[in-house]
Structures are given as structure tokens and as C-alpha cells.
Design a protein around this ligand. Structure first.
Ligand code: PEP
Ligand code: MG
Length: 607
């Protein structure tokens, strides 16, 4: 058999490290292969019955979601599922599939998928956001029916024989919640931007990842050997012997570099002139708490609690369950603090156990604090759990996606109600708990001086601040080259926030991915940020960067950067200045940002 040619694709590096392994292509029913199978005429009615059963099963499932939402939330929210049920009664989709199975005498999954694709292709040509949303409803429902027909596992990663590199068109944050370093050693996707929550999860489970490769899935089959280079953002399919041996060498060299850094684990993140920067961990999953020390970090600067809500088919986490998670995180890191963020669902994180409507612009919709203020009981459960857990360590509470003073006051009022309820039931909690807000909308950054009067600290969420300031969807690879952390507008907003915090005498952290990027981290410290909170995997490198610099120098660099006119100029300037100051910088300061990935995104093939 002739060996396949090597194919190299450039994407966006989002989680460092290099890995060689076998690809596992996650089934994406619209893009995956479903073979046509001819059916004997005498079995055709049995095939239509099999199809009807699969539809009925999907209908039962949706009805049970609908009923639960109806009882637990309300009629208006339950109506969301009516549109899904109506798809399963649509003659153009269901009736036509039955007719076609009879006429063409082919397997139900093949006929059904072709029909759904045909309808989707037609609808997608209409430039209307509502219709596009309707397409994803149809896809959702169709996926359920196809899974029933093919008796596909709910979790396709459940029965792997060996760890794999997951390759997919896209991976939802809820899919990544099932991945562990034991079953998945890397991933690469067609879609996704540098700070999508999928990318963030790759950092959390500490596996190399490349996103935004655009047409990877069509070139890889399950079982192909591939290399994912999460440092340079390169994916190599069926590597040649030469490429394999180069990758092997790079893996050894990178490992040697990383283990050299671990010698600094116990040292503070202190500049050469004696200024100590706070370093903290961003965590998504409760299990991560126990690993942060091994990355040289003591505290948690951002606990994204929504991952407790994902991947639960039947229920939301109870107050007691949450209390137990927060208690154990607080106890594990005390006397150091843990900053727990209240629920940030919406955007790209959805759960089937809540009435979350399909929205045309979910990042501008019912997300984060807006959702919590709309469902105060849900919000209160979480706040009470945090208050109760405060007795076991140093808990700080963080409200996400704040846009106005009113929202902060309203959230604080609900928090006060929770305190009163606990007091009434004689349940203990700490009297003084710091309350902070995320500054991740341009509105909050502009009125930071007013917001600073209301809270004990700010945490700047650069992931969203960049997306909302530059009007660039953080998860969309097509505009990833416009997602520029160094853009002067972003820097000016951050500068404004830091000055407002300093004037009000409150401290300010950055907890977006920028905190874990060496060039951005240096710039942020130079601008006056007190703490950098990041995926723990980045902490040893950021500590190394800080320990090789003088505060006076980075102040100067930041001052210069603020006067520059383009993001590219600022990035290049920092790149040149820092490369000279830092040993082994080739492993962590590189030219491949999203911008370059876009310019280089071309495929190369080798014999
Ligand atoms: C951010 O927006 O920078 C942030 C830290 O929050 P998330 O990435 O969870 O939206
Ligand atoms: Mg955010």
C-alpha cells in the first residue's frame, strides 16, 4: 500500500507543547461519512419503522426536557422546545425521508442526513440571522435522530483503547469537559479562535492544542498519525520519517526546558529590582485545585464555576453540592485566597438543564450576570454556597460581564439578601468577604472610576474585553487575525481601568488569557496590574519572564507602547525588547499569533 503524503497545516496555537499520536475524528454528523446501504425490498418497511422509532425516541427526550422546564421554570421558557418538536413533525423533513426510504430503498440514516443537508444548504443561502438560527435547531434535532439510528455513544471518547489526538470541526466546551489527559493527549480543530472556551479547556487539561486550521477534518481519518505543535500552531498529518524525528527532538528539548523552569517553583514572581507580582491560577474544574502548587502558584484568581453546570443531562448542581466544591477549593489553598466567579453561562456555554433560548447573538445576549439577575433563585443558591464555604478559607466573590453600576448594585443587593437568609437560619459565614467585578466590557472599562466605588477589586477579563472592544467574535477563526490584544484601544481601556483602581485604592488583576502571554504579561505589569491570573500551565514561564526583568524597565516599555499607533507595532516592539532579555525565549515568544496564522494558513504537502 502506498503511504499517504505528509500534509502540514497552519492554525492558531492555543495550548503549548508538542505531541505525536493517532487521530480520533469526532463525529460531526454533517461532515462525517454515513455510507449509503441498499435495502432489500422486503425490508423497506422495517427500515421506515426503524426511522420512526428513532424520531419517536428523540421526541420523547425533547418532551421530557420541555416538561421539566415547564415545571421548574415556566411556560414561556418551555416554548423553546416546541420549535424542536415541530421540526420532528415537519413533512418536508420527516415525511420526505420516509417517502425516500421507500422509493430509493436505502438506509434511513443516509437518506435522512441527505435531506437535512439539502434543506440546510438551501436555508444557509438566505442572508438572515433568524433563518441561520433555525438551521442550527434543525441540526440539533437531526443529530439526536441520527444518534438514535446509529446507536452512537453519548460520549464517543468513553471506550478508547489508547489515548488519542482529537480532531474535530469544532469542539464545544461541554465536549471538552469529558476529556482528560488519560484519554486525550492533544487536539486540533477547524474552527475556533485564540481565547474560545474550547482553547481555555485545552490549557486546563494541559494538552497541546491548535485551533482554527480551517480544513483539517476533511484531510484526516481516525487512526492517521499526526503531530500537533501547540507552540507554533502547526498540525502535520501522516508525517514523514524526517518530520517525525524532528518532532521527537523538539519534544525532548521542550521537556528539558520545562523541567528547568520547575526549579523556580518555590521562588516568588519577583522582578530583579524586588517588585513582587501576584500570580494566581484560573481553574475550570474542581480537580485542578490540587495541581496548582506544582506550577508554582498558591492562590486561585479565577474559578470558572459554570463547568459544574455543564454535562449534566438531568439536573443543576444543588446548593450543597456547590458548597462542597467551594469549601474544598478554599480549604485546599488557604491561607491564600480563591476568587470564585458567579455563573457565566451563555456566550459559547450552554446547558440543556436550563431554559436558555437560542439567540442570534449569544455573546450579546442573556449571558453571565444578566442570566443570574433574571433567575435570582439560581443566583442565590450559588451565593449561599459561597458564603457558607467562606468559613473554610479565604473566599472572594467575582461578578462577570458587568456593564453598569445598576447591575453591580443589584447583584450586591441579592448578595445581601443571601446573607440575611443565612443569618436568619443561624448558618455561619464570614462577615467580610471581598466582592469584585470583572471588567470585560468597554462600558465597564470606561466607567471604571464609578464602579471602583462599589467594589473591593477589579479583575480585567481581556478575553471578552478584546472581543467586545474590537467587535471580533473570540471563537471565530475567520476573524481571529483581527483579535488583537495589543490594539491601542484595548491598551487604553486597560490603562484607564488600572488608573481608576489605583485612585480608588483597590487592587486590580488580569484574568484573561493575556495574563499568560509573556509579551502581554510584561506589558500589563508595566501598566501597573497587581496580579496576573492564568491557566496554571503558563505560570512557570510567566514567572521566568518576571524574574528576568526590572520594574523600571517594564514601566518604560509600557509607557512607550501606550504612545504607539498600531497593535502590530506594539507587539513587534515588545518582541524585540524582550527576546534579548530572556533566555530560551524561542520556546515561548514566537511570531505565530493569530494574525500570522491567518497570513500563513496554507497547506503544504510532501512526498
Ligand atoms: C475573560 O473574558 O477574559 C475571562 C477571563 O472570562 P471568560 O474567558 O470565562 O469569558
Ligand atoms: Mg469573560
Amino acid at each position: 500500500m502506498r503511504k499517504k503524503r505528509q500534509i502540514t497545516l497552519q492554525g492558531i496555537p492555543v495550548s503549548p507543547g508538542i505531541v505525536i499520536g493517532r487521530a480520533f475524528v469526532l463525529d460531526d454528523f454533517l461532515h462525517s461519512t454515513i455510507d449509503p446501504v441498499q435495502i432489500n425490498p422486503e425490508n423497506v418497511e422495517r427500515e421506515t419503522a426503524r426511522f420512526r422509532d428513532a424520531v419517536e425516541k428523540a421526541r420523547d427526550k425533547i418532551r421530557s426536557f420541555r416538561n421539566r422546564v415547564l415545571h421548574e421554570v415556566g411556560n414561556a421558557e418551555a416554548k423553546i422546545f416546541d420549535s424542536h418538536l415541530s421540526i420532528l413533525a415537519d413533512p418536508e423533513i420527516i415525511g420526505k425521508t420516509i417517502d425516500d426510504i421507500r422509493e430509493k430503498q436505502m438506509n434511513a440514516e443516509y437518506i435522512f442526513r441527505s435531506n437535512v443537508q439539502r434543506i440546510g444548504d438551501k436555508l444557509r443561502q438566505i442572508p438572515d440571522a433568524y433563518i441561520r438560527e433555525r438551521c442550527s435547531d434543525i441540526d440539533d434535532v437531526a443529530r439526536r435522530v441520527i444518534n438514535n439510528l446509529m446507536e452512537t455513544e453519548d460520549d464517543p471518547l468513553a471506550n478508547l483503547q489508547e489515548p488519542v489526538i482529537v480532531v474535530a470541526h469544532d469542539i464545544a466546551p461541554s465536549d471538552t469537559a469529558n476529556m482528560t489527559p488519560q484519554n486525550v493527549i492533544g487536539f486540533a480543530t477547524d474552527r475556533g479562535g485564540p481565547t474560545s472556551h474550547t482553547a481555555i479547556m485545552a490549557n486546563a487539561i494541559e494538552i497541546p492544542a491548535v485551533v482554527g486550521c480551517e480544513n483539517l477534518v476533511s484531510k484526516v481519518s481516525t487512526g492517521d498519525q499526526i503531530i500537533v505543535d501547540g507552540i507554533k500552531g502547526i498540525v502535520t498529518i501522516q508525517p514523514s520519517r524526517k518530520t517525525l524525528s524532528e518532532a521527537q527532538h523538539a519534544i525532548y528539548a521542550y521537556q528539558a526546558f520545562i523541567s528547568g523552569l520547575s526549579k523556580h517553583e518555590e521562588l516568588p514572581a519577583e522582578t530583579m529590582d524586588g517588585y513582587e507580582v501576584g500570580l494566581a491560577a484560573n481553574i475550570e474544574l474542581p480537580e485542578e485545585v490540587k495541581n496548582i502548587r506544582s506550577h508554582g502558584i498558591d492562590s486561585i484568581g479565577l474559578f470558572r464555576t459554570e463547568f459544574l453546570y455543564l454535562n449534566r443531562p438531568d439536573s443543576l448542581p444543588s446548593e450543597d453540592e456547590q458548597f462542597e466544591v467551594y469549601r474544598s477549593a478554599a480549604a485546599a489553598v488557604q491561607p491564600h485566597p480563591v476568587i470564585i466567579r458567579t455563573l457565566d453561562l451563555g456566550g459559547d456555554k450552554f446547558v440543556s438543564t436550563m431554559p436558555m433560548a437560542h439567540e442570534i447573538n449569544p455573546y450579546l445576549g442573556m449571558r453571565a450576570i444578566r442570566l443570574c439577575l433574571q433567575y435570582p433563585e439560581l443566583f442565590k443558591q450559588q451565593l449561599r454556597a459561597m458564603l457558607r464555604a467562606s468559613m473554610f478559607g479565604k473566599i472572594r466573590i467575582l461578578f462577570p460581564m458587568i456593564c453598569s453600576l445598576d447591575e453591580v448594585r443589584w447583584a450586591k443587593q441579592i448578595y445581601e439578601e443571601c446573607r440575611a437568609e443565612l443569618r436568619k437560619h443561624k448558618i455561619a459565614f464570614k462577615r467580610k468577604i471581598d466582592i469584585g467585578i470583572m471588567i470585560e466590557t468597554p462600558a465597564a472599562a470606561v466607567v471604571a472610576d464609578q464602579l471602583a466605588e462599589e467594589v473591593d477589586f477589579f479583575s480585567i477579563g481581556t478575553n471578552d474585553l478584546i472581543q467586545y472592544t474590537l467587535a471580533v467574535d473570540r471563537g471565530n477563526e475567520r476573524v481571529a487575525h483581527l483579535y488583537d490584544p495589543f490594539h491601542p484601544a484595548v491598551l487604553r481601556l486597560i490603562h484607564n481601568v488600572i488608573r481608576a483602581a489605583q485612585r480608588a485604592g483597590i487592587w486590580v488583576a488580569v484574568c484573561g488569557e493575556a495574563a499568560g502571554d509573556p509579551l502581554m504579561a510584561a506589558l500589563l505589569v508595566g501598566l501597573g496590574v497587581d496580579e496576573l491570573s492564568m491557566s496554571p500551565i503558563h505560570a512557570p514561564i510567566i514567572k521566568e519572564v518576571i524574574r528576568h526583568m526590572r520594574l523600571s524597565d517594564i514601566h518604560e516599555l509600557a509607557g512607550e507602547a501606550l504612545h504607539m499607533k498600531t497593535g502590530k507595532a506594539i507587539r513587534n516592539y515588545l518582541f524585540k525588547e524582550l527576546r534579548g532579555m530572556l533566555p530560551h525565549s524561542e520556546w515561548f515568544i514566537h511570531d505565530v499569533d493569530a494574525w500570522h496564522a491567518n497570513e500563513m494558513r496554507k497547506e503544504t504537502t510532501e512526498a
